[in-house]
Design a protein. Sequence first.
Length: 474
Amino acid sequence: MPLHKGAGSGAPEEDGARRLSLNPFYGAADPVSGMTSAPPTHRLPDSPLPPATAYRLVHDELMLDGNSRLNLATFVTTWMEPQAGVLMAECQDKNMIDKDEYPRTAELERRCVAMLADLWNAPDPANTVGCSTTGSSEACMLAGLALKRRWAKRNADRYPATARPNLVMGVNVQVCWDKFCTFWEVEPRLVPMEGDRFHLDPQAAADLCDENTIGVVAVLGSTFDGSYEPVAELCATLDALQERTGLDIPVHVDGASGAMVAPFVDEDLVWDFRLPRVSSINTSGHKYGLVYPGVGWALWRTADELPEELVFRVNYLGGDMPTFALNFSRPGAQVVAQYYTFLRLGREGYQAVQQAARDVARGLADRIEALGDFRLLTRGDELPVFAFTTGPGVENFDVFDVSRRLREKGWLVPAYTFPANREDLSVLRVVCRNGFSSDLAELLMDDLKRLLPELRRQPYPLSKDTAAATAFHH
C-alpha cells in the first residue's frame, strides 16, 4: 500500500504526506520515555528514544570496556591525530567500492598502493598490482588464493583429481592462515618451534615442500614474540631447493606489522621485493601503518603474480570496475586516513614514530629483566614487541597471575602458552605502539613493582585454568 496518495486528496492526507516527508530521526520522541522506562536490550524497542537518551545508554555501557590505550595485547592503532578523525568522519558515508561516484577516494587508494610498492622496492612501483582490504587477514586470504590459483594452472593435469595443494609456514602464523587453509581446502604444513627458536626455520620449511606446495609464508614480525622470520635465508634455501629438484616455490611475506616497521628502522634488512622469490606482501594499515582499525593492503610483485581470472570486472554504479577482494561494500574512510598518514609523516616521520616505539620497548624490556623475577625471550629490537616469562626458581606465581593482577590496574597484558613443541612455555607479551609513551611505560613499571611483593608472598600460582589464556591474536 502506498505511503501517501499524492496531492489534491484533502487536508488530512496532505498533513500526513508532509509528516512522512521528514526523516523520523528528526521528529521529537516521547520525552518522558527516557526517564520512566528502560528499552529492551535483546529486541527492538517498541518506540523511539530521544537521541541524547540513546547515546547515554550506549555510552555508559561502553565505559565498562578496557581502556584501549592501556591495551598492550593489541597491535591495532589506538590513537590518531584529531585531523585524521575529522577526515574519517567526512568520508564515513563513502563506499570504497563505488569508484565512479568517488573517484578521488579511488585515486588515494591507488596512490597508497604505489607508495607501498616503492617502500617495498617493487620492480615497477607505478604499475604494481595491489589493493586495499579490511585488514591483513583479508589480504592474506587474497595472497593465498593467488598462490593456489597459480599452482593449479601449472598442475592442471593433476588438480583436483590426484593432487592436493599444501602451504608451508611456521606454527606461529596468525590464525587467518589456518582459516585460509580450511576455507580453500589447502593442507597446512607447519614448521614447529624448537628450543629457543620460536618461528620458522628455513631448512625445515624447505624439507616440507614438494610438487604440491603452492608457497611458503614468511612472517615479518611474529605475534608470539615480535621476532622477524629470516626471509632472505628462506629464499636462499628455496633457491637451493630449486637447483636440486626443479621445484620453484614462491614466498609470501606476511608483513602485517613488520612491513611498516622494517623499511624505516631496519633499512639494511633485505626481506621485500628485492628478493626475486618474494611474490606478494601484505600489511595492516591499522597496525604499524598507524590508522584506526579497518584497512589492510596486499601487493604483488608483477601483474603476472595475480591471475587475471581472480580479478572481477563489474559494471556497477556507473563504471567498469576491476575488483579483487572478499568484501564488496566497505567504508573509504580508513583508506583516506592511510593516505593522510603517509602524507603527514613521510619517511622521516614514520622512522621517528617506529624508532620511538622500539626505544620504549627495549627500555621497558631491560627494566623488566632487571627486576630479577622474569626472563626475556625477545627484547623488542625487531618489532617493538617483547615476550617474557617467569625466571628460574620463581614458583610462587606464574605469568597468568601477573596478567590478572595488572588487569586490576587497567593494564591489558596477555598471558598465553606457546604452540606445538613448546607447550611447556607460558609467556607475557607487551606490544609498544605509537601512543604508548615512555611516561606510560613508567606507570606500567610502577604498577608491576607494587604488585610483585604480593605475588612473591603467594604460596603457589593461583591460576586455575592456564588453558584459558588471554587473547593475543590481534
